[in-house]
Write a protein that binds this ligand. Structure first.
Ligand code: ADP
Ligand code: MG
Length: 320
């Protein structure tokens, strides 16, 4: 039996996994066919099973990081993926291999790339698609929270799509910072990307499920506007923007989206975690169930970026 709350090293990490760690040489069984992404300690490669032709994403996680043995962190990531096994919005873990330097997670392949590509792109997604993706994200987050897991690193780079054309379903990835609720005692060392983290993380306050809902607000903001709500010119400015909840809704990009979208985002980007709705609460927000009529709701004009002035505020809209 799995001990859910077993700890490793007192950092609230899960230590027990059921997936066997295979020692077979990976390249005997799989063709590695190019890089899908990379982070600080991981490289993700596209990977084709020779026997079946089936495509996977192989996440190579370094066992040693900054000269320290980080095997427990990797085991923890596997344990969290196991906890989320029945969550259809979380990428499925197929198998695990160990090489000299890495532990390799063979994950269900999400062929549609990151939703980040639709935040940074000049061509925004139609609002009807944005609300569908946000609903799916909330569903995934709700199920995670129900199983006692907080993700803590939700951002557009960690929400993938099963296909691009037609636009598929979302898959949540990257459980490196995820924690089992109640084991978050020593979250001081954990910090996601400043742009996407909630004020309570910056203030070393207790982490709850509400922390993930902040991130959903940031993601919704980015899908709708193409801009990161708190990004400053440097880390310092970003931290300040987050902790002061310095976010502007008068940005030109909002002129083309429904007021319900603004209302949804406003309810999530609140400094006090207790004031934010739960994932289940969010699911009842009218924005997500808005009926979009007309033949095509894609805005005809590509979006124009909203510039921040040096003061960290949005630039004044042009006078007309
Ligand atoms: P890190 O912890 O380094 O951020 P991630 O798990 O987020 O690692 O993976 C890094 C990137 O690799 C992702 O942002 C995504 O672009 C790509 N990636 C990760 N998992 C998959 C997958 N299952 N299918 C397709 N691409 C993936
Ligand atoms: Mg990531």
């Amino acid at each position: 039996r799995k001990r859910l709350d077993s700890r490793s090293g007192g950092a609230g990490l899960l230590g027990d996994i059921q997936t066997p760690i295979l020692g077979d040489p990976l390249d005997a069984l799989y063709h590695l066919t190019g890089e899908l992404g990379r982070g600080k300690f991981a490289v993700v490669k596209r990977c084709v099973e020779k026997a079946t032709g089936k495509v996977f994403a192989a996440k190579f996680l370094k066992k040693r990081r900054r000269g320290r043995d980080c095997r427990v962190e990797v085991i923890h990531e596997i344990a969290v993926l196991e906890l989320a096994r029945n969550n259809p919005r979380v990428v499925n873990l197929h198998s695990v291999y160990e090489t000299d330097h890495d532990i390799v997670l063979l994950l269900e392949y999400a062929a549609g790339g990151e939703i980040f590509d639709h935040c940074a792109s000049e061509e925004p997604l139609p609002e009807v698609q944005i609300t569908r993706l946000i609903r799916q994200t909330l569903e995934g987050v709700h199920l995670l929270h129900q199983s006692g897991v907080v993700h803590l690193d939700l951002k557009p780079q960690n929400i993938l799509l099963t296909s691009l054309t037609p636009l598929g379903d979302i898959k949540i990835v990257d459980f490196g910072l995820a924690r089992r609720l109640g084991t978050t005692g020593e979250l001081r060392e954990i910090l996601g990307t400043p742009e996407y983290v909630a004020p309570e993380i910056l203030n070393y306050e207790p982490i709850t499920t509400a922390t993930d809902l902040w991130s959903v607000g940031v993601i919704a903001y980015m899908l709708v506007t193409g801009e990161s709500p708190f990004a400053g010119d440097d880390k310092q400015e970003t931290f300040l923007n987050v902790s002061q909840v310095n976010v502007d809704y008068s940005c030109e990009a909002f002129s083309r989206v429904s007021e319900l979208a603004v209302d949804f985002i406003r309810k999530l980007l609140l400094k006090t975690p207790e004031d934010r709705p739960s994932a289940a609460d969010c699911m009842t927000h009218p924005w997500l169930w808005q009926q979009f009529t007309g033949p095509e709701v894609t805005p005809s004009t590509p979006r124009t970026p909203c510039e921040r002035s040096s003061g960290g505020k949005w630039a004044a809209p042009p006078e007309d």
